[in-house]
Design a protein around this ligand. Sequence first.
Ligand code: ADP
Ligand code: MG
Length: 313
Amino acid sequence: MSAIVIDKLVKEYKNGFRALDGLSLKVNSSEIFSLLGPNGAGKSSLINILTTLYKPTSGNVTMLGKDLCKDPGWVRTQIACVAQNVSIDEHLSLMENMIFQSRLYKVDSDIAKKRINTLIDSFGLSQYLKYPVASYSGGVKRRLDIAMNMISMPKVLFLDEPTVGMDITSRRAMWEVMQKIRDDFKTTIFLTTHYLEEADELSDTICIMKEGCELAQGTPRSLRQYTKQNILRIGFSDIEKAKNCAAIIAKTHILPSMTIRECSIFADTEDNQRTFQNVNKWLLEKDIYFKSIEIVQPSLEDIFLKLTGSEGR
Ligand SMILES: Nc1ncnc2c1ncn2[C@@H]1O[C@H](COP(=O)(O)OP(=O)(O)O)[C@@H](O)[C@H]1O
Ligand SMILES: [Mg+2]
């Protein structure tokens, strides 16, 4: 079942700017959905509409089977949103913050007690109970923020760039928390991120957007195959050797376009087998010393650059 269905959504601001320009996408129930796009793509505009803060100019959104614009009050009881600035009260203890939140959402106090204990346990927060909240690291504060937003047991949890500015250890801890939420509580998670490897490792589905429009949607795996094009990689012992070789290749017609990174030449191939054989033969004939030659699948980054760059749409 789909948790969210968005159909030809348009958001035009008062100054006439179109932040969303006919966007369509689908979010499945109980999945981690990542919205990936460069700055200004319209990610926050979309989250603001989905959390009923803004009204769309046109188009339809169905959330949990109901029309978002007809039933915004009901939708609000089913969702929670973790904004970019942490919303915990540093003058209260961890437990007081959780209890305060449960009262705000009018959760019955016996149910709240059980949920709070489960959440503290699930999110690995029990070791922090005896310390003041003000002393927590950014990562732990954010984890507490998410735990607080789970007290109402939302069906859909929205997270705007939940790991921005975190070190890799805190980010990994956060990924585990999100996967736990999905697996233990069957919550649908809708998040925005600009970290490609995060979307890749964490999400069930990724939507890449640009200028208010979706460019591609699918599993990380299916997006990799999106270009239907593999890449030829020629590896060298250092980047200078790669550059020298690329300069010689550029004078021939054997590879139409090349990029150089990580001591390797990368080139799109039309016909894997033939290109591989031609280039391999040419390198041997010219007596060029290389370490490896192989056909590789494009990375998510290759696809992201392809879609959001000048070749987009
Ligand atoms: N209230 C507003 N009025 C006019 N333009 C806006 C408003 N909010 C955002 N925008 C513009 O809409 C575009 C998309 O913004 P936003 O949704 O914040 O993108 P993202 O979150 O992907 O960076 C940007 O060009 C931004 O300047
Ligand atoms: Mg934003």
